[in-house]
Design a binder for this molecule. Structure first.
Ligand SMILES: C[S@@+](CC[C@H](N)C(=O)[O-])C[C@H]1O[C@@H](n2cnc3c(N)ncnc32)[C@H](O)[C@@H]1O
Length: 223
């Protein structure tokens, strides 16, 4: 009897391990899938698929738009934005790091910290008009200490929102990656007064275990 119970426990344990291995395998396979897709295509990063999926669903970027891409390196989101805006639109990428070559006439790159006044002025001058869309996949440099990293990511999100208010036209849209945590609900409440539609979401191509989320705000009410 004891032996039978031990056997049952053993089978249950082995099954649990197999299920865990199976879901890890599936997760790795999915990650590999988007990585391979990005390698096979001309996209510079697998992050391109996140923007493609989100834009297909929410139509944040449209043909002819002027788009500012904050935290653009190596350039995957800017590539997708250029496809969406077509020849009549423009895309401006901004990053602390170099970007990989994008040889489109309607693309400009500004290297620097977008939280500084100097770089914000450069964005405004390059735009020459208000932006239709602000997208940001910017990530803060992570320390590995949860509380510090949370504060850094909230700070970055607030900065991106401040810049958006500075450059976005009336009825414009924003799409921003953020990391969920304390203080976000307050930001969300404020955004609901400033935009017609406010949503948080996670595309399929984003890893489930990652705490990254995407904030989509449509129809800016500038007044
Ligand atoms: C995940 S990567 C962006 C990937 C990009 N969307 C793509 O598809 O290729 C995040 C980028 O944000 C940039 N970044 C973070 N904070 C920044 C800041 N204050 N100013 C400019 N770039 C910043 C980093 O340098 C990094 O290259």
């Amino acid at each position: 009897m004891i032996l039978i119970n031990l056997d049952k426990k053993c089978i249950k344990y082995n099954l649990t391990i197999m299920i865990q291995m199976g879901s890890r395998w599936q997760r790795d396979k999915k990650r590999e899938h988007y990585y391979k897709k990005a390698k096979e295509s001309d996209y510079y990063s697998r992050a391109s698929y996140k923007l493609l999926q989100l834009n297909n669903k929410y139509k944040v970027i449209k043909e002819g738009n002027s788009v500012v891409d904050l935290g653009a390196s190596p350039g995957g989101w800017s590539q997708v934005a250029l496809e969406k805006v077509g020849e009549d639109g423009i895309v401006i990428g901004v990053d602390l790091n170099k970007i990989r070559p994008i040889n489109e006439e309607n693309f400009s790159f500004i290297r620097g910290d977008f939280t500084t006044e100097e770089i914000q002025e450069e964005i405004i001058n390059t735009l020459n008009e208000e932006a239709d869309v602000v997208i940001s996949d910017a990530s803060p440099s992570l320390s590995g200490i949860k509380n510090i990293d949370h504060l850094r990511s909230m700070d970055l999100l607030e900065n991106v929102l401040e810049i958006s208010e500075l450059i976005l036209r009336d009825k414009g849209n924003i799409l921003i990656k953020f990391f969920q945590g304390e203080g976000f609900n307050q930001i969300l409440r404020e955004l609901k007064n400033k935009f017609r539609v406010v949503k948080t979401t996670k595309p399929n191509s984003s890893r489930k275990k990652s705490s990254e989320m995407y904030l989509i705000c449509l129809g800016y009410k500038s007044m």
